[in-house]
Design a protein around this ligand. Structure first.
Ligand SMILES: [Fe+2]
Length: 236
């Protein structure tokens, strides 16, 4: 557990010990703020991801026998927790993004960059009891007006939907010029900006021969707001 997390717990316990805790809890005192929502954007897949032919956790190819998509491969690992840091089971995590050239697989994407027929463009993953999820993809390409990003939509039992976007620490020059990114508060930006470092892929690789393979791996922690506070996580 991080020292920040320990400090939050200490403060919360101190508040309870002082008799101040009950009112804080009643007022929805947050130990870890919910991940900021962001626009769904115009390119959410059509039809929706659950109705697509391919939506497994490996976006780098359509199925294990298919050719591999262009671009630098990366692994995103993550966890979905509530504001008390409790892992959330059975959360649907949907992701969608551009291919290496910066093109979405969407009829409304009119930019003239070439689409990659081998890229899967989206995935739909379910968290386990530990709240964890992971997927293999490629570094999304830049497209006009935006810094590289991956879109997320989270659907949890009895919680409001969260739509958000994940950014790359390595793209800080472009991040600083991105209006959607910069409208977040600094601490919200930090929470959705992920650093990547080379690590053994382990699962969820679909490549049995690649067990010793290393790929840039990032870790995205997603915090869902309370059950009764629809405003906390509504998409903008
Ligand atoms: Fe986008």
């Amino acid at each position: 557990m991080s020292s920040a997390s320990n400090r939050r717990r200490f403060l919360a316990k101190a508040a309870v010990a002082s008799g101040f805790g009950a009112s804080l809890v009643q007022r929805g005192f947050s130990w870890e703020p919910p991940t900021a929502s962001a626009t769904k954007g115009p390119f959410y897949p059509v039809p929706e991801i659950a109705k697509q032919k391919y939506y497994d956790a490996d976006l780098t190819r359509l199925d294990p026998q298919s050719p591999v998509a262009d671009g630098e491969q990366i692994i995103v690992r993550g966890v979905v927790v509530d504001m008390d840091e409790k892992p959330l089971d059975q959360v649907i995590v949907e992701v969608w993004q551009s291919c290496a050239s910066g093109r979405y697989n969407h009829p409304q994407d009119k930019n003239d960059r070439p689409a990659d027929p081998n890229f899967q463009y989206w995935a739909r993953i379910l968290t386990g009891a530990d709240g964890a999820f992971s997927f293999r993809t490629i570094q999304p390409g830049k497209y006009p007006g935006r810094t590289p990003h991956i879109h997320y939509r989270l659907v949890a039992p009895t919680r409001p939907e969260l739509v958000t976007q994940m950014y790359f620490e390595s793209q800080s020059e472009y991040n600083k010029k991105d209006g959607i990114y910069m409208e977040l508060k600094p601490e919200q930006r930090k929470a959705v900006t992920v650093g990547f470092e080379s690590k053994p892929i382990g699962s969820p690789s679909t490549d049995a021969a690649g067990q010793n393979e290393k790929l840039p791996t990032g870790y995205f922690r997603i915090v869902l707001g309370p059950k009764n506070d629809a405003k906390a996580t509504q998409p903008m």
